[in-house]
Ligand binder design. Structure first.
Ligand code: AMP
Length: 210
């Protein structure tokens, strides 16, 4: 059996969500996306959602304590294994994760700032099933409905150019230090995010089977 406790690391827009969905489809693990969980909390106007919304709209990180409380139990309950997408994002979160679970692999999908801005500006998401599209790549301009389920396509509030730049700054400042953190633990597995979804997926599956 290959890796079953997996973290996807990388800047926003590198393909963590897309790859996480493909990997859980293949390996039957639990997909735990802190961004998706937070967006659901915001949509339902829960206490956590109301607290998190301002940070998310500005492209800043939601405070560590809230995130760790939100995700810790879900990780513990994912007995068959998990793919963490968007967590951890700070060294404090990685240290908390260390106390909750062992990991088998940390897949770091790398992508430059210019490419992140280009991709996120073009990103559209299905409101119903969460499928992620890119204008000019797998989505024609003017398409309003999801090819997979017919749901409405929308642009995330934080995929506006000024917010995208801030999210990349936050990534460099707070999340990129995790590359050295996991390299030192022998867990880091680098992948070039420019390769495109299918080639990245093939590379990820090869890494996870090793
Ligand atoms: P994502 O969907 O992963 O791009 O996350 C969207 C937004 O949710 C981020 O810009 C943060 O505001 C917030 N968020 C998601 N995951 C975390 C995390 N692990 N720590 C802090 N904030 C997070």
């Amino acid at each position: 059996m290959g890796a079953t406790r997996i973290v996807f690391l990388g800047p926003p827009g590198a393909g963590k969500g897309t790859q996480a969905k493909r990997v859980v489809g293949e390996l039957g693990l639990e997909h735990l996306s802190t961004g998706d969980i937070l967006r659901d909390e915001v949509a339902r106007s829960t206490g956590l959602g109301n607290e998190a919304k301002g940070f998310m709209d500005r492209g800043e990180l939601v405070p560590d304590g809230l995130i760790i409380d939100m995700i810790g139990g879900r990780i513990e309950r994912a007995k068959k294994g998990f793919v963490l997408d968007g967590f951890p994002r700070t060294v404090a979160q990685a240290e908390a994760l260390d106390r909750i679970s062992k990991l088998d692999a940390v897949v770091n999908i790398d992508l430059s700032r210019a490419e992140v801005v280009r991709r996120l500006t073009a990103r559209r998401v299905c409101r119903a099933c969460g499928t992620i599209y890119n204008l000019g790549f797998n989505l024609a301009a003017g398409t309003a409905r999801c090819e997979a389920c017919g749901g409405e396509l929308y642009q995330r509030d934080d995929d506006q150019p000024s917010v995208i730049e801030n999210r990349y700054d936050v990534y460099e400042r707070s999340t990129a230090p995790l590359i050295a953190f996991y390299r030192a633990r022998g867990l880091l597995r680098p992948v070039d995010g420019k390769l495109g979804s299918d080639r990245v997926f093939a590379e990820v599956m090869r890494i996870l089977a090793a």
